[in-house]
Write a protein that binds this ligand. Sequence first.
Ligand code: ADP
Length: 315
Amino acid sequence: MSVSLAAMLFEILPVLFMAMLSALIWNYFFIPPIFTFHIDNAEDALMFLLYFLVASVNAVLNFKIREEEKKARDKEEKDKAIKLYNTLLSSLSHELRTPIAAIVGAVDTLKDDPNKLSSGNKTDLLNEIETAAMRLNRQVENLLNMSRLETGMLTPKKDWCDVNELINLCIHKLEDKKNHTISFKPNENLPLFKIDSGLIEQVLLNLIYNGINYTPNGSTIQITAAQDHANLIIEISDDGKGIAVSERELIFDKFYRIPHSKTGGSGLGLSIVKGFVEAHGGRVWIEDSNNDGAKFICSIPTEISHTIDLKNEQE
Ligand code: ADP
């Protein structure tokens, strides 16, 4: 039994050593004459030898089983990594290529015959380049964020943040919003929150962008920020077609996209949202919005400070 147990924990040599030791101990205590290593008759000698052989075979077999299990585990992990890599490549190659093709095409047109183009056409092409570059930027940003999450080395660097200002900054940063209304009324009573504003900015950009991307032109995306005890609550809702209850957990998975979703997109955005909110110890979930669309709610536990307190601290 001790040899079998040792085979589960140690390498082969110590285990063989243990097999030998247990045979010797058996000899010393039980084979007459006892309390000596001497063996008198041939039958006992054979028994001793057999004992040692059985213990060694037991050691080797146990060790082999352990090795096979390790191999199977390694293979499983490798297969998982390959699958992840393939999914990443197939979803991103399209997402990266499309904007690059758009930029190259627009630049070619601009360079080929600049005099033929009206100033309106030129502006259109420049806008196209800007949109494509922003799209590219968003994908690269999401990729980098995902690798930060995957390595498990994400610790939020928290500092005092004016969330009203942060939301306004995000709205300002988003392209493509010309055909949508983004409604945000800064909450005058909002205190300062101690959060990693870089991470929460990525959360907001992804959620607002989705609101724009998955709703028809003319839709409204509504943003609110509030304090609930020691939690920052941010709600982002739209008046699109909403998200079925059965999909509400799944869409936070990496690479998951609702079947027949609008093309473009890698399925990474919401997994990053979830990862970053959870890195703050918070939670993100979906509810029905008042006007049939989707409503994403982030609840983030944080330290809170009113400006007045901060002023006192500085003094
Ligand atoms: P991506 O947008 O790149 O596909 P996300 O992780 O951001 O990846 O979103 C996952 C899926 O969730 C999207 O494919 C889309 O189908 C759905 N989704 C996200 N936000 C909304 C929304 N506001 N309204 C409807 N569907 C949404």
